[in-house]
Design a protein. Structure first.
Length: 256
């Protein structure tokens, strides 16, 4: 499916969602219309084209996407159930911004589930899966060494997870973890903008792969849990960091 929108600048939380570029996206070849609308908005959230705290205006979405208001509402309700969109009295629909406690819980759940997946992968995966897992992490290492942007690193890391879940067998863990990762997309990118973090991430993931190659399920599980908890430490630290003072259009900080 083509891109939902193209945003030249990062909007501030609370801004309306930028909708230029939505026009013409009126065909949904496979999924029902509601699913197609939800897919496009979800993709924009995952690409960080829509930022946490941004408003989603029903009327503008109707005009831009060429569908009915009930369809837009149904799509937004679906995304609300997924934890990607929320509502706030007086402001309407917003891209959901997880609280500190919510993010901490999401990371810990991820750690337990991804650890389980790593154990199952080590016990069940074919040699071909193990080879592909090594290829995925070394591809990630190349991007890190080249200094590629955080979103590219997240995309490559998702390929690692694709192989991990495929080799582990069963879709339940994959579906749950994918939903959890979507809810902390911004934090996943934030951690990879911290100096030195990408290189450490690669070493943490290599430890998972090395354990899988040795068929050491206990070590693979521990390495994965340690990796996710370290990512959580960095992400939650960033959430605790004081925000920079807001500036007006001319770049001056407002008077107290």
């Amino acid at each position: 499916m083509s891109d939902l929108m193209s945003v030249p600048a990062t909007p501030e939380p609370g801004e309306r969602a930028p909708l230029a570029g939505l026009g013409g996206q009126r065909r949904f070849a496979i999924a029902p219309v509601r699913e197609g609308v939800a897919d496009q908005i979800r993709s924009a959230i995952l690409r960080l084209e829509l930022k946490p705290g941004q408003r989603l205006i029903e009327r503008e979405l109707v005009e831009a996407m060429g569908v009915s208001r009930p369809t837009i509402r149904e799509a937004l309700q679906q995304l609300t159930a997924e934890g990607l969109v929320s509502t706030e009295r007086g402001r309407g629909w917003l891209i959901h911004a997880p609280s500190y406690d919510e993010a901490a819980d999401l990371y810990e759940i991820r750690a337990r589930l991804e650890g389980m997946a790593s154990r199952r992968f080590t016990e069940r995966a074919s040699e071909e899966h193990v080879r592909r897992l090594r290829e995925a992490v070394e591809g990630l290492a190349e991007l890190v060494e080249a200094g590629r942007p955080a979103l590219e690193l997240v995309s490559q890391k998702d390929k690692f997870y694709d192989v991990l879940f495929e080799g582990a067998g069963g879709d339940a863990i994959r579906q749950i973890v994918t939903g959890l990762q979507a809810r902390i997309t911004v934090l996943r990118s934030t951690t990879l903008n911290v100096s030195g973090r990408p290189a450490l991430m690669v070493e943490e993931i290599r430890a998972i792969v090395s354990a899988a190659e040795r068929r050491d399920a206990d070590t693979a599980e521990r390495a994965c849990v340690r990796h996710v908890r370290e990512a959580a430490r960095v992400a939650l630290g960033a959430m605790r960091a004081p925000a920079a003072p807001a500036t007006d259009a001319a770049g001056a900080a407002p008077r107290p």
